[in-house]
Design a protein around this ligand. Structure first.
Ligand code: CTP
Ligand code: MG
Length: 400
């Protein structure tokens, strides 16, 4: 199966406003013409066969300028001239596709620049499954009213079973071509989309769910909103992807011979109770790292109910979180831990703790910080019932 693409771009965009700004498909959104966004998606799609763009005879220069920077050479794109109606323009596009070896066709509005690869995949899967007509559409969400010339509501129309049609509407090429030929021969030129021509010609059209983003830019406000949306995206993707995560943990103190904090054993007349070695500092830091890539928390990865973590050295948890971060394309920039403990004294062990963090995370010691404070004898920490830790990690992620 070869899927040819017809992109109709010969309209004048009258509803989108002032003629001096030119047809809407050549207006800029997010720094690029609408049609460049649309075409780029089809050029990026691995299943696109020959691509025909139907343009207005007045727009040759505009089209060439708008598509000059496309990733694949614009010479792979066939252009042909459209007619006075969308129906006529599609017909011209189908004719231009005839000798290219395409067996199927996706017919798409240039004015729908937010078409995405996932929808193209869903439609082509339906063509593969033997459907000769496929229509992406969205169930109508608003309550529908029929209004009269008197400005009054005459009727509320049930929206049950009603869909708003999108493009690309996709067909077996020979079937939709004959339907268009038949319509042209009978001078039926009032169809606003291809599914309605197919329906009229008796070709079954299967509905599939479209995409909420795949709107048609019709009025000026649509174009402004599309521009705002893409510009916001561009700003976000041009900034470094710096993310910060925080983590918090508490373990109870019980009589014992010492505590492990940041992997350093400190002799003491109490110990921390917990399933693993109860290193609150490393647990808080593990959560902070996981938070930077939305990877859940320590309990998701090392459930306390799992016997294999009994008495485990918590560096295992931290090193695992660091690996998850790296697997997501992250570079750990710094790690900062605050310990809140009445006793034992952390100060004499700070440098060993920082050295441990530097080793576990494989980053310079300068990027590792350990601080400690007492709780001024108040609260559960002040009463030496437990030790708390707060941690922050900063990670810079690569963009795909
Ligand atoms: N189209 C076309 N040839 C026409 C009319 C429309 O190729 N004679 C294309 C448009 O360029 C657009 C798509 O069909 O990509 C959907 O049509 P529509 O949104 O109605 O665009 P316009 O006809 O340009 O806008 P308007 O109806 O507001 O004038
Ligand atoms: Mg129109």
């Amino acid at each position: 199966m070869t899927i040819g693409i017809v992109i109709v771009a010969a309209g004048r965009g009258e509803r989108a406003g002032s003629p001096q700004e030119g047809p809407k498909q050549y207006r800029f959104i997010g720094g690029r013409p609408v049609i460049a966004h649309t075409l780029q998606t089809f050029l990026d799609w691995h299943r696109s066969g020959p691509i025909v763009v139907v343009i207005h005879p007045d727009d040759e220069g505009l089209f060439a300028a708008s598509t000059a920077d496309l990733a694949k050479s614009a010479t792979d794109i066939i252009t042909t001239f459209g007619g006075d109606t969308r129906q006529r323009s599609v017909y011209e596009g189908l004719r231009a596709l005839s000798d290219t070896g395409a067996t199927h066709v996706m017919i798409h509005d240039a004015a729908r620049p937010f078409i995405d690869l996932a929808l193209l995949d869903r439609i082509s899967a339906m063509l593969d499954a033997g459907h000769d007509g496929v229509l992406p559409a969205m169930p109508v969400a608003d309550t529908l009213k029929r209004g009269g010339a008197d400005g009054l509501v005459h009727e509320t129309v049930s929206r049950a079973g009603l869909y708003a049609a999108q493009t690309p509407q996709s067909f077996a090429l020979s079937e939709i071509r004959s339907a268009h030929e038949k319509a042209a021969a009978l001078r039926r030129n009032d169809f606003t989309d291809d599914a309605s021509i197919a329906e009229w010609a008796g070709l079954p059209v299967t509905l599939i769910e479209g995409s909420a983003d795949n709107i048609k830019l019709t009025v000026r406000r649509d174009i402004e909103m599309a521009d705002e949306r893409l510009s916001r995206q561009t700003i976000r993707t041009s900034l470094p992807d710096v993310r910060t995560g925080n983590g918090y943990d508490v373990h109870q103190l019980v009589p014992g011979d010492g505590v492990t904090l940041c992997g350093v054993f400190i002799p003491h007349d109490q110990k921390l109770s917990g399933h693993s070695d109860a290193d609150v500092a490393l647990h808080a830091l593990t959560d902070a790292l996981l938070a930077t890539c939305g990877a859940g928390d320590i309990g998701d990865h090392f459930p306390p109910s799992d016997m294999q973590w009994k008495g485990a050295a918590s560096r295992i948890f931290l090193e695992h979180a660091a690996k998850i971060v790296r697997d997501h394309g992250g570079t750990i920039m710094n790690a900062d831990v605050s310990l809140i403990a009445e006793a034992p004294k952390v100060g004499p062990h700070r440098e060993s703790m920082r050295r441990n963090l530097s080793e576990f995370l494989d980053i310079d010691m300068e990027r590792c910080s350990v601080k400690a404070t007492t709780n001024e004898t108040i609260g559960f920490v002040g009463r030496r019932e437990g030790i708390a830790a707060i941690a922050t990690a900063t990670v810079v992620y690569q963009r795909d």
